[in-house]
Design a protein around this ligand. Sequence first.
Ligand SMILES: [Zn+2]
Length: 464
Amino acid sequence: MNTLKIETALILSMKRLSFIALLLSFLVLILPLSMSAQMENEFIKFDKTLRLNYVFTGGINPIQISLSNLGSYEGWWGRRYNLDKLPVQGNGKIYLRDSASSKLLYINSFSTLFSEWLTTDEAKRTNKAFENVFLVPMPLKKAEVTIELYGVDNSPMAVYTQYIDPGDILIKPYTVISETDAQVGDVGGIKYKYIHRGGSSKECIDVVIVSEGYTKEQEDKFYSDCTLSAEEILKYEPFNTYRNRFNFVALFVESKESGVSIPGKQIWKETALGSQFNTFYMDRYLTTLNLFKLHDYISVVPYEHIIILANTANYGGGGIYNSYILSAVDNSWHKPVVVHEFGHSFGALADEYFYDDGVMNQYKPGIEPWEPNITTLANFESKWKDMLSPDYKIVTKQMQGKDYLNTLKAKDYKVGVYEGGGYQSQGVYRPFPTCRMRDNRYPTFCPVCERAIKSMILFNTEEL
Ligand SMILES: [Zn+2]
């Protein structure tokens, strides 16, 4: 097209040529403006972030969502596309609406440890409180933020609307580095170092890697653990193909003690984020409840997704969609685990493993899970049915037998409907014999998970 324009222009008179040049320069000026107009509007400018700190409580008492406080960051690092669309439903949603017109300005979905906890026996005999932090673009006019939480049947179990005045003097401003700042820096004792920069924070997905249980002397160990973790994630498809759409920044926060708490072994440590194993009494479930503190630390850099590296050799981890992941770095399974957990927090993927006794009844018959890589067949059309031939057969648990994976060659694996997934041996189906979301020894995501992650990357970085 350009070549043709130039050749045509050459045979035109000078007067005509200068007119075309003027027209072209005008078009060049107009195009970026109209593109940015698609992203920004009279309600949002993408120059600031509104941070909302909530506490979710309940258990034996009804569920309550309460605002703790508000903050603001200079800049907006979240997505600039598809603002009124969702990639998956999640266990909860956050809506930002203009007060006067009720126009939906931004929506996002998430999961919370609180929702998981509500499915445990402990929730039948006690109340608990869980911190949650959400970031939305700062509205230019008065707005409303609504939080919805859903139960295992996907029906709303709590709804709360908070009115926001962007001029509210109680919105606390946080110090954030600017994009033009150095690759390495120190903001009030919190040190950061970019370890992978795919491009501008405005266009890329920003992942912050935070230290947990590293002492002052272990700072260099932390940076090498970060490099190893980020490189491992970027080795996997589709992250490798889209590596230029990600930034990874390491953020060092000193802990008084090395390691993290392991209550099951009566080990308690004083660490920056107070994370611990034995979450919900499960040995390998490693989480932190201190989300306000976590976000206070990381607020100095642009971030959308959070990886917490726990400086311990004890096996375990945890990953919550659009919340955070934790992984134990000195364990020999750290590399596959950090990728697996990022599959949860970034890709909204479910676990594809299961227990023969079917513990953790998170998925109910007749209700389609929102995660893209498992199904109860209640609404299989919304999952990977389009990747199968019309005469597909379900591979039942009985057909798989005890040595199923050993009897199959990896090259013969194909996308299908395999019974067993989401912790349950029956009634929940996975798309592939095995996957990074099922087995630490399997080297890739299955084709369905790969497609889901790719969709998530595109959803966050381009207009769909
Ligand atoms: Zn998978």
